[in-house]
Design a protein around this ligand. Structure first.
Ligand code: CP3
Length: 359
């Protein structure tokens, strides 16, 4: 009986949890940001029948889509299929997804709109994603960790005040600089909403949480300290009692690393502009890290993918402690499947053996 329980327990792939807890692992865990998505024909098939928002709001379909990359590539994590902008919609914004990406039709331009925004209750009625997490937990949770996620307050603020994706978020920054008090009110509401949502994701069965601060790098260090950091810190300290490992993603944020590296997260997920070993040399040899292959490398061919992936891992001295292999940003929709396979296989087969490395 004990042996049977042992076998069942050992069937759980705990590489990600071990890496995030800084335990030694035989190879780094690996998953991909946006691993469920348009590069997969099985995703496209479902998307041809329903809109993106319908997919996010249908637990059964989002479970199916969340599991697709796990089934195909045996990833070391399953991330629940949803979007960081759904809480903004639940707060009261009119969100749609067009061919060009997200669009908020009643974006925030005035202080009075902020007062009207809700801090929604985080229950399954408001967030079908919570039902999806529960279902995922039942379906694959005994085999692989489930990752829940949200946007960071600043990144959600960007979309809520700009209305759509932008390379520079000028409107969002104008709002911030022109109405600092209102900006703080909005950031505070977003933080409270996000806290409730992430807490309920953990309660529903997410065993890791990732917070996406995609647009952190748009802020100066000074503005990051004023408008982003206090809310992230509040969120992280409020989440601490859950004892769920947390990954924080930031993009283009070299100049912010002195501050970001002090945050109490299990891993920082960084983009390809950072050299991960240099980050550890500068900010702490035991810093938990995730990343950071340039997603455009996955557009090339299997040979290039294998070589760059090996180089990335072996470029980190202690890759077997506190490191999670991933891309530096989401996978691109035109990525060939065989290259994704080559990436995953290279990590799965990775051993710190120089002969294997050069093969
Ligand atoms: O990682 C996963 O597999 C889980 C699902 C997930 C999606 N978006 C699905 C999605 C996650 C974790 C996100 C996060 C997200 N969403 C971020 C942070 C990470 C990042 O990429 O910077 C941001 C900024 C968004 C907002 C968003 N959603 C944008 C800007 C877009 C349009 C651009 C694009 O990639 O299409 C989306 C749409 C979106 N979110 C798609 C998917 C699969 C494509 C929608 C489709 O099927 O048409």
């Amino acid at each position: 009986m004990l042996a049977l329980i042992g076998t069942i327990i050992s069937m759980f792939n705990d590489l990600l949890l071990k890496a995030l807890n800084k335990e030694i692992v035989p190879r780094p865990p690996v998953w991909l940001m946006r691993q469920a998505g348009r590069y997969l024909p099985e995703y496209q098939k479902i998307r041809s029948k329903v809109s993106f928002l319908e997919l996010c709001d249908d637990p059964e379909l989002s479970v199916e889509v969340s599991i697709q990359p796990y089934t195909r590539f045996n990833t070391d994590a399953v991330i629940v299929f949803s979007d960081i902008l759904l809480p903004a919609q639940k707060m009261g914004l009119d969100l749609e997804f067009t061919e060009d990406g997200p669009k908020i039709n009643n974006l925030i331009t005035h202080e009075h709109q902020i007062k009207a925004l809700k801090i929604p209750m985080a229950n399954e009625e408001t967030y079908p994603t919570l039902t999806a997490i529960k279902m995922l937990k039942k379906e694959v949770g005994s085999k692989v960790p489930i990752v829940g996620f949200s946007g960071a307050p600043w990144t959600l603020f960007c979309y809520m005040t700009e209305g759509y994706s932008s390379p520079n978020f000028h409107k969002a920054k104008k709002f911030l600089h022109g109405n600092p008090e209102a900006a703080h009110q909005l950031l505070s509401k977003i933080t409270n909403t996000t806290f409730l949502y992430l807490t309920m994701q953990a309660n529903a069965g997410a065993s890791v949480l990732q917070i996406f601060d995609t647009w952190a790098g748009l802020l100066s260090l000074e503005d990051y300290r004023t408008y982003a950091l206090p809310y992230l810190k509040q969120l992280l300290s409020d989440l601490l009692p859950l004892k769920v490992p947390i990954i924080l993603y930031t993009n283009n944020s070299h100049h912010l690393l002195p501050k970001i590296s002090m945050l109490k997260v299990n891993a920082l997920s960084l983009d390809w502009r950072c050299n991960l070993q240099e980050v550890r040399d500068t900010y702490g040899s035991s810093l938990g890290l995730q990343g950071n292959l340039d997603p455009t490398i996955l557009l090339t061919n299997e040979t290039v993918v294998r070589e760059k992936t090996k180089n990335m891992i072996s470029g980190i001295k202690d890759w077997n402690k506190g490191y999670v292999c991933n891309l530096g940003h989401g996978i691109l929709p035109t990525t060939p499947i065989e290259n994704v396979n080559a990436f995953l296989e290279t990590v799965h087969e990775f051993v710190s053996n120089p002969v294997a490395l050069s093969s």
